[in-house]
Design a protein around this ligand. Structure first.
Ligand code: HEC
Length: 168
C-alpha cells in the first residue's frame, strides 16, 4: 500500500465515522421526540392543555395537541387557563424552558409534579413540542378572584349535596 492509498483509506474511514456519528445524532433527536411524546401523553399534559382531550377520551388529532384551552378553571385562586404550550415553548431556548417548567403556577396546573421532571426528560418534552410547531392562539389571560370572566369555565369548588349529607 503506497502513501497515497493509505491517505485515501484513512480519509474514507474518517468520512465513514462522520456519517456514523450523524446517524447516531439523528437517532438521538428522533428518540427525544418520541420520548417527549410519551411523557406528554402519560404526564396528562393534554388533559388540560388540549381542548376536548379529557371529554373525548383522548380522541383529538395530534396536530391539535397542546394548543391551550378557552375554558377556564375557577376557584379561590381566580380563573386560570391552560396555556398554549406550543406558543410558549416555541419562543424559548431549551435552557429557558427548563427554568420555566420548574416555576410555581396557579391551580389546577400540577407544577409540583412537573418540577420533579429531570432535565433529560424536560429536554425531550421540549423536542417533542417544538416538533409539533408553534400554532394556535394564546389562551385567554388569567382573571383575578371576583374579576369579570368572559369565557365558559369549570368551577373547582367541592359541592355538598345537602339531601345526601342529611341521610348520612
Ligand atoms: C389539571 C390541568 C393541567 C394539567 C394536567 C397540566 N397543566 Fe399545565 N397548566 C394548567 C393551567 C390551568 C395553567 C395556567 C396556570 C397559571 O395561570 O398560573 C398551566 C400552565 C402551564 C405552564 C406555564 C405556561 C405559561 O403560560 O408560561 C407550563 C409550562 C405547563 N402548564 C406545562 C404542563 C405540562 C408539561 C404538563 C404535563 C406534564 C401540564 N402542564 C399539565 C393546567 C394543567
Amino acid at each position: 500500500m503506497n502513501l497515497k492509498t493509505l491517505v485515501g483509506v484513512a480519509a474514507g474511514a474518517v468520512l465513514a465515522l462522520g456519517v456514523a456519528a450523524d446517524a447516531v445524532a439523528g437517532d438521538k433527536a428522533g428518540d427525544a421526540v418520541a420520548r417527549g411524546r410519551y411523557l406528554v401523553t402519560i404526564g396528562g399534559c393534554n388533559d388540560c392543555h388540549t381542548q376536548g382531550y379529557l371529554e373525548n377520551g383522548g380522541a383529538v388529532p395530534e396536530g391539535e395537541w397542546l394548543k391551550g384551552t378557552t375554558i377556564g378553571y375557577q376557584g379561590p385562586w381566580g380563573t386560570t387557563y391552560a396555556s398554549n404550550l406550543r406558543l410558549v415553548i416555541g419562543k424559548q431556548t431549551e435552557a429557558q424552558w427548563i427554568a420555566h417548567a420548574r416555576k410555581e403556577r396557579l391551580p389546577p396546573m400540577p407544577w409540583f409534579n412537573l418540577r420533579e421532571m429531570t432535565d433529560h426528560d424536560l429536554k425531550a418534552v421540549y423536542a417533542y413540542v417544538r416538533s409539533l410547531g408553534a400554532s394556535g392562539n394564546p389562551a385567554p389571560a388569567y382573571v383575578a378572584p371576583g374579576g369579570k370572566v368572559s369565557t365558559p369555565y369549570f368551577v373547582f369548588v367541592p359541592q355538598v349535596d345537602e339531601k345526601q349529607a342529611a341521610v348520612r
